[in-house]
Design a protein around this ligand. Sequence first.
Ligand code: UGA
Length: 437
Amino acid sequence: MGYVGLCTAATFASHGIRTIGIDIDEARIERIRKGRAPLHEPRLGEMLSKAVKKKLLNATSDFSLATDTGTSFLSVGTPSQPDGSIDLTYIKQAAGELGKALQKRQGYHVVVVKSTVIPGTTNNTVKPVLEQLSGKIIGPSLGLCANPEFLKEGTAINDALHPDKIVIGSNDKKSVDQLTRLYRKFYGPKLPPVVTTSPETAELVKYASNAFLATKVSFINTIANIAQKIPGVDINQIAEAIGHDPRIGPLFLKAGPGYGGSCFHKDLQALIHYSREQGYDPILLAETEQTNEQQADKVVGLSERLLGQLGSKRIAVLGLAFKKDTDDIREAASIRVIDRLRKRGAKIVAYDPVAMLNFESAFGNTIELAKNPHTALKGADCAIVMTEWDEFKKLKAEDYLANMREPNVIDARRIYKPEDYERLNLVGIGLGSVLRI
Ligand code: UGA
């Protein structure tokens, strides 16, 4: 019942499919049972409470309830290890517990691996554990598929309701047919294209998808850094223009402080590690990661160009979440930027509409947290917009002028039109035109 499992369960239940959510975290289960979301995701809470009221979604820590179902989805985390490879402990444990429960299953049951796993995991890790603990062989009574997810935090419910494709990887037709039937029941005439592959292909599709998207972000950030050097050039216009070419496409061309989130960095590291183990060094992917890491230096560089030495300067960081509409701070660019600013002796005050609790639990009281954007700006020498929250889009030039000691503003997300903020010392990522410094 992490991010993916919970959103998947809630959407299945919202379409009248009886769903059981299993997790080992009792506190989380208790919350879900009450119809309350344990994480911030638009539409999730509302969907959960309806599904729980209608008794379409039950949450439990008892694996044996899976015995009464036809399909189960393994959606546990596969966290990074220090060498970049993924830790399969949770998926092995979950597959084992599920296998034990399925010993008692009378009818056919398909186990679906939704977790992001490197090629070969479904067949070489999940399958033997399942077969051993269930006492069954993949075939007539037990099925196994890899079925990666492509949900984005902040729009996960919409993504689950309107996916652009479904990828099902399996070596046996019976399990593909059952899973396709389930999705057909769910989507009806709106069933998106279903791509059926081997499990290994499906597993690699997930990594290819995230690696491509991450590379697109590092690419546009690279062009933004070049644009930054040329007065009169704006990366947003470049993105708009090249995006008209259908071979490039308009999405995922927003320059910024670098990608964050629980997936891109983890998945790129896992893919690079896996690929090197196979004897191929994927240089492009390593450069994508390095470009991303360096993007934080670009943001800090802008603050140094505005302020000179950062020692004892008060800097307001607006936004901690890795993107808007989530309370997730994992791998957020804000963390990389704050770390660099602090190393240079700056005093940080930060504000985020929903992610401050998560920041505090991860980093304690290492920085000052403000109650609202206005108090964050009070007396600041510089403000950096790190997350594109709507709340920050509403801030006017006057809000900055009225509160800050000096109105130095870095728009690391390009949420402001420079012409509306002419009274500020506004600089933006990939904006060569208004660098008045
Ligand atoms: C990403 C993928 O987009 C999903 O398809 C995938 O299912 C998910 O990872 C996963 O593997 O679970 P997510 O990490 O939730 O989704 O967020 P994205 O919207 O992809 O954004 C990732 C980062 O890239 C954010 O920090 C965002 O601000 C940044 N980004 C995105 C940009 O800087 N520019 C862009 O144009 C787009």
